[in-house]
Design a binder for this molecule. Sequence first.
Ligand code: IPM
Ligand code: MN
Length: 356
Amino acid sequence: MEKNIAVIKGDGIGPEIVNEAIKVLDKTAERFGHKFSYKEVLMGGCAIDAEGTPLPQKTIDVCLASDSVLLGAVGGPKWDTLPGDQRPEKGLLGIRKALNLFANIRPAKLFAPLADACPLKKEITDKGLDLVIVRELTGGVYFGKHTTFEEDGVTVADDDMRYHDYEIERIIRVAFDMAKKRSGKVSSVDKANVLDTSRLWRKIAHSISEENPDVQYNDVLVDNCAMQLVRDPSQFDVIVTENLFGDILSDEASMITGSLGMIPSASLGEGSFGMYEPIHGSAPDIAGQNIANPIATILSASMMLRYSFDMGKEADAIDDAVNKVLAEGYRTGDIMSEGMKKVSCSEIGSLIADRI
Ligand code: IPM
Ligand code: MN
């Protein structure tokens, strides 16, 4: 198969980790007889520097004309003082919206060779840790009106949190479909004891749950969910939640697996098109030193093959290669432990590519 991939390397460690993912994709293409072509476009801080905007129209056009998008990370201290609507992060939110990528899939799974890096007690992780967070990605407070104004002599900031019923319905359906391919359990996370958006969310979730009696369903309040994730993560299979809660819970879920540097994500819309990126940030403090962990980006490339290109075997080959390299004791600095072999970003990328 021939596929066109739009590539947004972004800022900080973005370029180095994306280069390793491309190395692995090229090896996979060679091994399985595919051809992947890449078109690089700018988004985030580098786009602000080059074109004066975090999300140039050309970037949206190239992405829309491609089969999928591979993204590194955006942002950094250099652009932190810009007004909210001109920051690199605005480019990321803008592209999610422009490409209508409303479903963000963030798996959190314990890698057996990294079990020691998990901060939870062994008796907790012995019960297993393999869950997926389905995060709503194009609605809620992220996309409400943000205003700061003066009123009666005081400064007021206002962020509008809004959900339409159809936005809730389509993301809940993604979660139920995913649960059917896994162990058949959906936990819907909200704050229905306080928020109207959550009460609407819960009502819609219940009606979809009634249509799907084969899927086990429960409601979990977001504060309780944060606590349950560290108390007993084995109780979760698919967690579905709104944008901001999903942002927070997915960082927590990734940490309990041992490293933020290991967790990939897929952002999907209605069809097979998707954008794939690690869930970690641009880590400007270690940028350009060839020490970042590219595994989350490499696993994001694997998700691209699985979800957008229907290349399950190829994706398995990448996942297996990552597991092999970890089992052989190779580690980047963030997941390094005693007795292991410390390697650079490009070295671990090559080691993974060699095992495909
Ligand atoms: C993420 C990030 C983004 C988000 C930021 C960079 C805007 O934290 O993808 O989780 O909050 O969605
Ligand atoms: Mn986040």
